[in-house]
Design a protein around this ligand. Sequence first.
Ligand code: FO1
Length: 324
Amino acid sequence: MALDAFWKNKKIVALAGGVGGAKFAHGLAKLLPAGNLTVIVNTGDDFVHYGLNISPDLDTVMYTLAGYANPVTGWGILNETWHMAEMMKIYDEPIWFNLGDHDLATHLIRTHGLRNGETLTAITRRLSSALGIQHHILPASDDTLATIVETKESGTLNFQEYFVKYRWQPTVTSITFKGEDTAQTTSAVMTALNEADMIVICPSNPMLSIEPLLKPAGLRARIESRQIPCVAISPLIGGKAVKGPADKLMTELDLPATQTSIARYYAGLIDGLVVDTTDAHEGDAVREAFPEMSILATETLMKNEEDRAVLAESVLNWTREVLL
Ligand code: FO1
């Protein structure tokens, strides 16, 4: 199968957070001509650690598209070394968040740039072009927007404490987004959304990665106002997250970990939902609840780089056939 020639000169915007989102964005990047893909990335996971500004989702998308990512973890840099961390341990500093030596360069440059008044957008553009990436990677906002997780056992946690320090084991009672009332999106994001021929929500965690990404003023409304196809790839297969806490979190928030819940979460935003063949039978339930939503059942587990491009191709060709 090949990518329908229709897509060769079209602009695509992908919304992504986390490892799954980065993998699908990589599939799109491999298919599309230089410059035709813009990935709008969640910044709700960002935090300051050792006094450095860390943007894990931006870095994961950047490293993945550049071919630098650790294929086992999905985050961080391949063949990483940990000398800085070893010295931090000697100084009895916390090392629960693993910062590798190559990764450290990114955080140093980002922190230095922000301190000089450069925007996160500009810094990300500088870093990703230095890595040879020929598509656009944009933070959803240049303002502070932090995902805060309320938990039963460990109280209020910032995202990385919940996800990494406590390995997303605490029971979540609610999720809030610090800065959601003031965070603005950027002109680069708005331009990308205005020029898009299609929008794809990558298989990221809806509550933890996509919701914060949609928070900056006007971003969600712009997507809803565009008369172009918007499709989401579900992060669940057989009621389980491929990676991370999505299904556990949904259960804790009294949402059944089903494709219908995912459809409901994105209702009003998406015209199509992509589910794994394992969940094809759920298509009827989704159509029952959302008659206007189209469903594609296909292999959504991306086991290797080839799978990423195959899935991206299936999604784009299906969108051309069914939604355009
Ligand atoms: N995830 C972990 O599970 N453990 C880590 O030590 C860790 C370090 C880390 C460093 C840089 C970076 O960009 C990402 C890192 N991640 C780590 C992943 C990160 O917590 C998540 O990928 C996202 O924030 C959630 O999608």
